[in-house]
Design a protein around this ligand. Structure first.
Ligand SMILES: *Cc1c(COP(=O)(O)O)cnc(C)c1O
Length: 413
């Protein structure tokens, strides 16, 4: 069958047609899993060429397919997965997969920051990312400068004034408070500086379906693929995607050193989940929106945190400009504090009390005593993580059954 040039195909088609040639897997319709740790060279010259390319001593010719070498560097299942991630992220040219979201974030930061540099980052941010910056990078002489999510003017000031700024790291929306940070504004502030710092966005919560940081000028999108990309709460993985393939090439050489590439079996599982990520995210978002709007009126709920319920004009503006849909994450601030939150969790029948998010099943947790328990009292207050806050990752069940489950659990408080 003659192949259409992939650039004329739309993303949902590309994600099913790119990167995999059945003739390389004895005709199987799904890729084989290549569990080999090493690859047999086609000739000593091909081996020499593969090493020259890998070390950057030579540049690949257009359409050159160098021999594979060793699975810490690359393997067929990673190549297939990376080819299929590219069309999912609007504006991307290259992707790289890792054995966790933290591995992707760590590799991105360690590739581009050096002692004496600084990193401006939004807070609240994923706990692991905060630890990485505060407890690992800062003792190495890298300054971490936290700025409150959503505070556009303060973020711009920090970007303008930070000394030797090499990276701006934005996580939007913030977790668990669903506060949006403007990506375009941060990109514009970064562009005023020379040298220009890289803008990285942790796009785990709304990407790749609903938020497109590369289109807004960000340099690198980072993912915990453990969440929506894989979608079934059964594997740990991470990804980085970029418009400039040179950035990905630099990260790849660090991944070769760190040995944190995703293993063949996980690559195969994840590549089979990509064609449905938009379907799953759409369904979760529709479910979450209906549930959020119903529970907003509930007498035992003080506040529902969800993008389509925002009233703050700046939050509304950012959401309108950068999010296609409000997404599957919402938080409830329950009247009655921690006791009410714990009673609510105890009484759920369908939703499970677990951390993590982005799976087809609904998960609920109490951030203050779990995911965010390391915060200081000031951080709790700043981030708006209250005693009564429960975070819900809405799955793809029938939303009416979920709403009934939440309402009966609220009644029992
Ligand atoms: C889960 C998560 C991470 C970490 O990803 P792992 O796959 O658990 O390493 C990073 N950022 C966000 C926003 C997350 O939700």
């Amino acid at each position: 069958m003659p192949e259409k040039p992939s650039s004329v195909l739309r993303p949902p088609t590309q994600v099913l047609t790119r990167g995999f040639d059945p003739s390389l897997s004895v005709g199987s319709a799904r890729p084989a899993v290549f569990r080999s740790s090493t690859y047999v060279f086609s000739s000593p010259e091909a081996a020499e060429r593969a090493f020259d390319l890998m070390a950057g001593r030579a540049q690949p010719l257009p359409d050159e397919k160098p021999d594979l070498v060793y699975s810490r560097f690359n393997h067929p299942n990673a190549e297939i997965l990376e080819d299929r991630l590219v069309p999912l992220e609007t504006g991307a040219q290259a992707a790289l997969v890792f054995n966790s979201g933290m591995a992707a974030i760590m590799t991105a930061l360690l590739t581009f920051v050096r002692p004496g540099h600084s990193i401006v980052y939004t807070v609240p941010i994923y706990g692991g990312t905060q630890h990485l910056i505060q407890d690992f990078l800062e003792p190495l002489g890298i300054a971490g400068i936290p700025v409150l999510a959503g505070q556009t003017a303060a973020i711009n000031d920090a970007i303008r004034s930070a000394k030797n700024l090499s990276v701006v790291l934005i996580e939007t929306p913030a977790n668990p408070t669903i506060i949006m940070t403007g990506i375009r504004e941060a990109v514009e502030a970064a562009a005023q500086r020379d040298p220009r710092p890289l803008v990285m966005v942790d796009n785990t919560l709304l990407g790749p379906a609903f938020q497109h940081p590369l289109l807004l000028g960000a340099d690198i999108c980072l993912y915990s693929a453990t969440k929506y990309l894989s979608g079934f709460s059964d594997l740990i993985a991470g990804a980085a995607v970029a418009n400039d393939s040179q950035l990905i090439r630099k990260m790849r050489s660090k991944r070769n050193l760190f040995g944190n590439i995703l293993q063949p079996d996980e690559c195969w599982m994840l590549d089979g989940r990509l064609p449905t990520v938009t379907l799953r995210m759409n369904r979760s978002s529709k479910n979450a929106e209906r549930i959020a709007h119903h529970l907003a009126k509930h007498p035992k709920v003080a506040r529902v945190l969800y993008p389509s319920l925002f009233t703050d004009p700046e939050q509304l503006r950012i959401t309108r400009e950068q999010c296609d849909f409000p997404g599957g994450m919402l938080s409830l601030d329950l009247k009655g504090g921690k006791a009410a939150a714990f009673e609510f969790l105890r009484n759920l029948h369908i939703a499970h009390n677990a951390v993590s998010l982005g799976g087809v099943e609904t998960l609920v947790c109490h951030p203050k005593s779990t995911t965010h328990s390391g915060f200081t009292p000031e951080e709790f207050a700043q981030a708006g993580v209250t005693d009564g806050l429960v975070r819900i990752s809405v799955g793809i069940e029938d939303w009416r059954d979920l709403l009934t489950d939440f309402e009966q659990a609220l009644e029992l408080i």
